[in-house]
Design a protein around this ligand. Structure first.
Ligand code: TYD
Length: 207
């Protein structure tokens, strides 16, 4: 069976990890091998990069973009591609669209440049499906728990730009994205995600 690569995207606190876990459980019930991972920090090296990015000193926006891209390049080479090659489903909590939205839109490096940098970093690997959990950032404070990290402290304007960048990207790539309102009940969202994944599997089987 061919591997299947799916990413979950959205603002902080949109419920990505909950939805990812629900989809993983459903796919495993059907006998699929599922690898769940995340960015930044899906590998040992990545966990060090994650610590620097989220809890380290402030860095300028280019350095930040390159660190996320470096984490991603290593993640894809050592974990994602090998898993896909043996036929697994890989579910990642964030992927390259996060960089386009946060570093491109949020930090203002522009979507085009950040996309180019990251496509180079991953040698062109894109998910078959990207689930964007869209959440109005004004609802954010109620949903976040724990002390805010460096990105969460970036401010309301930053998070609005990030959300816009995600939505623009989804509109530009309708064949890859499904956009779901993150304020809806968890189980309702999960059911729609399952439907989209099942449709993918059917389409692939018919080829
Ligand atoms: P994550 O662990 O997904 O945080 P959360 O669970 O709060 O959504 O991601 C950590 C932070 O890193 C998050 O604020 C988004 C940011 N980020 C980027 O700015 N660029 C990227 O390429 C990625 C993957 C994450």
């Amino acid at each position: 069976m061919a591997g299947l690569f799916i990413s979950f995207e959205g603002g902080d606190g949109a419920g990505k990890s909950t939805q990812l876990a629900l989809l993983a459980a459903w796919l495993r019930e059907q006998g699929r091998e599922v690898v769940t991972t995340r960015e930044p920090g899906g590998t040992d090296l990545g966990r060090s990069v994650r610590e620097l990015l989220l809890h380290g000193d402030d860095v300028d926006e280019r350095t930040e973009a390159l660190l996320y891209a470096a984490d991603r390049a290593h993640h894809v080479t050592t974990l994602v591609r090998p898993a896909l090659a043996r036929g697994a489903v890989v579910l990642t909590d964030r992927y390259l669209d996060s960089s386009v939205a946060y570093q491109g839109g949020g930090r203002g490096l522009t979507a085009e440049r950040v996309e180019e940098l990251n496509l180079w970093a991953v040698d062109g690997l894109l998910p078959r499906l990207t689930v964007l959990l869209d959440l109005d950032p004004t609802q954010l404070p109620a949903r976040l728990t724990g002390a805010p990290d460096r990105l969460e402290r970036a401010g309301a304007e930053f998070h609005h730009r990030t959300r816009q960048a995600f939505l623009e990207r989804a509109a530009a790539h309708p064949e890859r994205f499904v956009v779901l309102d993150a304020a809806r009940p968890v189980e309702e969202i999960a059911a729609e995600v399952r439907e989209r994944v099942a449709a993918l599997d059917d389409a692939e089987g018919a080829r």
